[in-house]
Structures are given as structure tokens and as C-alpha cells.
Design a protein around this ligand. Structure first.
Ligand code: BF8
Length: 660
């Protein structure tokens, strides 16, 4: 299949081929028809006021290329980038706010539909927040935790609650450069203010506020969301599930939950098990109710209940093309409006549930945490009623892959020493000895402009071959799951000898599914625990770890990339660079960020160069920490399929960073 019309997933490609033959369009065809605007995609289009838009192109030096008001190219590029960070931070953090409000409703006993499932986690979080929990009623502690989290959306000065979870040297860097967030809403609001016409014109000043805003996401919105979700629904531990389009069943009602906030989907998981609901499905001629997930909602319910996933962002239309999804319920983020039109060619009902996210042509059922179960039942009944309307033949295929998901911070700690000796010592030791060369967070979206999910697969395979342990989140996890990579056998088949030994000893896959996109915050706390454990870097910066988002498309991915960079993790993103128009801004994001925080933000479209850059950062960190660099008497990097010219080019590009 043509790379422009295909996914990197075999089953998805089969369905796409069928759709192509039947004249049905998806994001893959639209991406090949609609060319990216080269000016906008490189950050050079200024839309800050109605004098423009001004397109800053031409042969002059970048400082001399200006819009009508005189804003030059580096200013415009950094303003556009800051707006992306603000958008991503707002999305994760508004999700977090809803989670906290649900926790508050539970604490105040305003809803009977939710409870505190993980009291241990509640007490752990209370302890971090310096809230006394011993001998107190659970609901009182939950109330104090929720109120403390709400402060992160309110206080005008001071620091976010969770800043203290970072290693002290990391915090010191943030204080030195003035990027500690005060409250999430303030940083997002200020980002919008600074980037409105005629305010902040200094690229460095704009980008430092960008990092502050991003930290409000990573150590604020995303981390709060992860913790509150664990408190309400349980901290994940490894759970068997299945992935790909074969999860849908011909003879059952197929209902898909898609989006991000896990409150309603948790209730749907419960009600599909109710006898009354199953009888209702049977009354419509189905054998039962089959629940599946998509995007990050899928990750949330997969890692807590083993609910199967149909995949990530680009799979939402392909799911409809199977012809056997009876209803898809969506809430917020990463929902393609195209699914409404496509669903009309089949019988699939699209149900929106958030006042923040409606679509013309969809059914809207307003979610309310105070009557969540009742709403969940209403949605399940719609799916059951629609089962009888399956007429149009789709392209259902039955292949699915087993997978394991749900490696939380707490479980990773537990798996390294059991209940009484849980620690990060074995992981640190494996890195020190060189059995594990480094750790990569494989995150971010899948993207129809590249061979969607194909880059995740390629990069994941090459890295585990090179003894790099992968932790995956979001659609990165979905891509690995639908490729059949999230099983322990992958270690035997594809991992390098050191990584294989570690995986076999613990009984884990070489790619650990950590959850949804907000769960990238779990990577931050894991890195902080590794720093505290000792033997590696005493801060997050300087660890042999890198973040990769090969197919990113969302502003949320940019916010995640930036909070990793500010926390000290080098990051490599694929695709076009949103700051590609300005060398000055690109330099600020690489050299300057590295100097200040030990993180750097690279955009590199070539997948093999992405891998080389990643291994180079890992090996540089290993060298600086004086860890073993050789594997069986040769440089581990020799395994990468790159010619010397390409290697020299990357080393030259990274030269200013060498010497930590
Ligand atoms: O938050 S990885 S496409 S689904 S933005 Fe969206 Fe990207 Fe997927 Fe979850 Ni994250």
C-alpha cells in the first residue's frame, strides 16, 4: 500500500484498502490531498492581529524578516510555539480539574456513583502534600487532597504543590531560571497574554515562559490527573488485554469509548456487566455487550480492567469501517469530527458527552458525575438498540494481539523487590552495569501524514535491540499494542542480550505500557525516584534517558515535550519542526535548554537519525556518569544502521552539548 494511504499496522491497512476500493475517505487520503502549509508548519505565519496574517518569508536574515508591526521571525516563531504549549497544557489540566472536582464530589458525598478505590494511594498522595491522614476519616482526607489540588488552579504566587516531588537539584535549576509555575491557569492565561499583539517580543523570554507553562502541565495538570484517577479507580498493575480491530465481535453489541477523561468510561465498564444490561442486549438479538476503547480512554480502562483497545488516533475512522461498531461515545480531545460523516455511511451512532466537545450530527448526552451510572446505562441502551441496524457490510477482520498494560510507578517499584523491599535499585544497577543501556519514553500520537504507527514500531524495535528499555504512553502504547509488541516474548525475540536478561529475570516485556498521555507524569516520578536511589545522576538531567514522539500531531505532545526538556530529558520529535523557520529559536530549544536544564528539544523527521540521536544522548549521559559504555567489546552504537557521514552530521549538530 502507498505510504500516503496506509497505516503501519497490517490489519488497519487491510481495512483501508477495502475503504479505498469502496470510495470511502479517511485521514490518510485527506492528508495526501491537503498539503501542509510550509509557512504555518514552520512557525512563520503570524495571526496575532487583524492587520495580518503576516507570512514571514524571504531571503533576509531572520531578525530582519518582520510583519507589519515589526515583530520579527524569531518572535513570531516563539510566540506560535508558546501558544501550542498553552493549548496542550490547558487540555491536560482542564481534564485534571474535572478529575479533582469528581474527587471533591465523592469526598462531600454528593455522588453515590463513585468511591475511593485506592485508599493507600490517597494516603500516599496526602503524605506528599503534607496532609495528615492518620486516624482520620477517608472522606475528610480526600476532601483536603482535592482542596489542595484546587489551589494549583488558584494561588496567585508561590509554587505548585508537586514541585517538591522533583529532585532538589532539578528544582534549583527551575528556581535559578525563574520557571517554577505558580498556578496552572495563571501560566496558561499569561501565555495567551504574552503572545497577544504587542506584548512579549523576546524569544528567550517567551520560551522560558513556555517551559514554565509546560511544567504546570507535567508537575501540575498531568500529575494531578494521574494521581486522582488512581485514587478513584485504582493504581494500575499489569493486566492482560488485547489490541487491534479483531477485538470487535460479530455477534455482540460493540460499544467503543473514545477520548480522555476516564470517569464516564469507568461507569460504562461497570454497567455493561449488569444482568439487566446484558438481558437488554440479548433482547435485541445480540449474544452480549462487547466494550472496547480508543485513544487515551482506551489506555485508562485497559490498564485498570483489561478492556481491549482498537488503537490510537488514526484508528478511529478505521474502526467505523469495520461496519460492526454500534456506538462510539466520546468526550474531549483527539476526536476527529470526520467520524460523524463517516458513521452515516454505516449504522454507527456517535455520542458526545461533554459540553466542551459537541459535533453537529452526533447525539449529545450530557455527562454529569452526580448521575454517572444512569447516563452510562442510557449510552449502553443506545448501542444495544442500534445492533439491529447493522446493514452495510464493512471490512471486519478478526486478527488481534495479546498485550500487557498497566505498569504504574508503584508497580515498577514493587516488581523490583516485592512488598517489603520495593525500590528502584535493580533498575539503577542494570543501567550502571550496562545490561540496560538507557530508558526511552516512547510517547505521542499517531499521524496520518507519516505511515501512521509505522514509525513507533520501527523505533521501538531498533531501541530494544540496542538494550534500551522502553516505557510507552498514549498512542505510542496503542501503536506497540496493535503491533503485538507489548508481550514478554518480545524480549526473547527482539531485545538485546542485556535487556533480555533483565526482562527474563523480572518477567516483563521490554516495552512497558505506562498508560495514557497524562501518565507521562509517571515517567517524571520514576526518574525522580531513580535519582533519589543513587548511583546515577542526582537530578533528572543527566540520566541516560530520552523522550521520543515520532508521529506527534497534538499541541499536548508539544507541552509534554517541553516539560520533559525543562525537567532535564532530551527529547526527539519526528515530522516537521514547528520552529523550523527560525534557527535562533531552534538553538534556544536545543543548546540553551541543554545548558540550563540538561534537556533539549529536537525535531528530526528521519527515523534512523532519530534513533542515532537518541542513542547518542544516552551514551553521552553514560560517559558523563562514567558508566560502562562497551557491550561485548565494541561500541553498542555500532549496531545502528547508519553510515559514517550521517553519524558525523549528527555528532556535529550536537557538538555544543558535549561535555555536560
Ligand atoms: O492524549 S497520543 S493522539 S489520544 S494527544 Fe491524542 Fe496524541 Fe493519542 Fe491521548 Ni495524547
Amino acid at each position: 500500500m502507498d505510504i500516503k494511504h496506509g497505516s503501519g499496522n497490517i490489519e488497519a491497512n487491510e481495512i483501508l484498502k477495502w475503504a479505498y476500493e469502496h470510495g470511502l475517505e479517511t485521514s490518510f487520503q485527506r492528508a495526501s490531498k491537503i498539503k501542509q502549509c510550509p509557512i504555518g508548519s514552520s512557525g512563520a505565519c503570524c495571526r496575532a492581529c487583524n492587520v495580518g496574517p503576516c507570512r514571514l518569508v524571504g531571503k533576509k536574515d531572520e531578525e530582519e524578516l518582520t510583519g507589519v508591526c515589526g515583530a520579527n521571525l524569531p518572535t513570531v516563531v516563539s510566540r506560535n510555539f508558546l501558544r501550542m504549549i498553552a493549548g496542550g497544557t490547558a487540555a491536560h489540566s482542564d481534564h485534571a480539574r474535572d478529575m479533582v472536582l469528581t474527587l471533591l464530589a465523592v469526598a462531600r458525598k454528593e455522588t453515590k456513583d463513585f468511591e475511593i478505590k485506592d485508599v493507600k494511594k490517597l494516603f500516599r498522595v496526602a503524605g506528599i502534600l503534607d496532609i495528615n491522614y492518620e486516624g482520620r476519616a477517608i472522606h475528610d482526607v480526600a476532601h483536603d487532597v482535592a482542596m489542595m489540588f484546587l489551589q494549583d488552579f488558584q494561588r496567585q504566587n508561590g509554587e505548585l504543590n508537586y514541585i517538591k516531588r522533583a529532585p532538589k537539584p532539578t528544582q534549583e535549576r527551575w528556581r535559578k531560571w525563574g520557571i517554577i509555575p505558580r498556578n496552572i491557569d495563571r501560566e496558561v492565561c499569561e501565555a495567551m497574554h504574552r503572545t497577544s499583539v504587542g506584548v512579549d517580543h523576546e524569544p528567550e523570554n517567551l520560551l522560558m515562559h513556555g517551559l514554565r507553562t509546560a511544567l504546570a502541565d507535567g508537575w501540575g495538570g498531568s500529575m494531578i490527573s494521574t494521581d486522582v484517577t488512581d485514587i478513584l479507580f485504582g493504581t494500575p498493575y499489569p493486566m492482560k488485554a488485547e489490541a487491534s480491530f479483531g477485538i470487535f465481535k460479530e455477534d455482540e453489541v460493540n460499544l467503543v469509548v473514545h477520548g480522555h477523561e476516564p470517569t464516564l468510561s469507568e461507569k460504562i465498564v461497570e454497567v455493561v456487566e449488569e444482568k439487566e444490561m446484558i438481558e437488554y442486549a440479548k433482547s435485541k438479538g445480540a449474544k452480549g455487550i462487547n466494550l472496547g476503547g480508543m485513544c487515551c480512554t482506551a489506555n485508562e480502562i485497559l490498564m485498570r480492567h483489561g478492556i481491549p483497545t482498537a488503537g490510537g488516533f488514526t484508528n478511529q475512522e478505521i474502526g467505523i469501517l469495520t461496519g460492526i461498531i454500534d456506538a462510539i461515545t466520546v468526550d474531549v480531545q483527539c476526536i476527529m469530527p470526520a467520524i460523524v460523516e463517516l458513521s452515516k455511511r454505516f449504522h454507527t451512532k456517535i455520542i458526545t458527552t461533554s459540553a466542551k466537545g459537541k459535533m453537529a450530527g452526533a447525539i449529545h448526552i450530557q455527562y454529569d458525575e452526580h448521575r454517572a451510572k444512569e447516563i452510562a446505562r442510557q449510552i449502553v441502551r443506545i448501542a444495544c438498540d442500534n445492533y439491529v441496524n447493522r446493514k452495510t457490510k464493512g471490512s471486519h477482520i478478526t486478527k488481534k494481539y495479546p498485550m500487557i498494560g498497566g505498569f504504574s510507578h508503584e508497580y515498577i517499584e514493587y516488581m523490583q523487590g516485592g512488598k517489603f523491599r520495593a525500590s528502584f535499585r535493580p533498575l539503577n544497577d542494570a543501567i550502571i552495569s550496562g545490561r540496560i543501556r538507557g530508558v526511552v519514553g516512547l510517547a505521542g500520537c499517531d499521524n496520518p501524514r507519516v505511515q501512521s504507527t509505522g514509525l513507533h514500531k520501527h523505533i521501538a524495535l531498533e531501541l530494544i535491540k540496542n538494550d534500551v528499555l522502553i516505557v510507552s504512553t498514549g498512542c505510542g502504547s496503542a501503536a506497540c499494542g496493535t503491533a503485538g509488541y507489548l508481550i514478554p516474548e518480545m524480549a526473547l525475540e527482539s531485545a538485546g542480550p542485556g535487556l533480555r536478561e533483565v526482562c527474563e529475570a523480572i518477567g516483563i516485556p521490554p516495552i512497558l505500557h505506562l498508560g495514557a498521555c497524562v501518565d507521562n507524569s509517571r515517567i517524571l516520578t520514576i526518574l525522580s525516584a531513580m535519582a533519589e536511589e543513587g548511583g546515577l545522576s542526582n537530578e533528572i538531567g543527566g540520566m541516560p534517558g530520552v523522550g521520543i514522539a515520532p508521529e506527534w500531531m497534538s499541541e499536548k505532545a508539544i507541552a509534554i515535550g517541553c516539560y520533559f526538556v525543562a525537567s532535564g530529558v532530551p527529547v526527539v520529535f519526528g515530522g516537521e519542526s514547528p520552529v523550523g523557520a527560525s534557527k535562533e529559536v531552534a538553538k534556544l530549544l536545543t543548546d540553551v535548554c541543554f545548558e540550563r536544564f540538561k534537556g533539549a528539544f529536537h525535531f528530526e523527521p528521519d527515523p534512523d537519525k532519530m534513533i542515532s540521536l537518541t542513542l547518542m544522548y544516552i551514551d553521552m549521559a553514560r560517559d558523563a556518569l562514567k558508566l560502562r559504555r562497551y557491550e561485548k567489546g565494541k561500541y553498542a552504537t555500532d549496531r545502528i544502521l547508519m553510515d559514517m557521514a550521517a553519524r558525523r552530521e549528527i555528532e556535529r549538530a550536537a557538538k555544543p552539548h558535549i561535555g555536560f
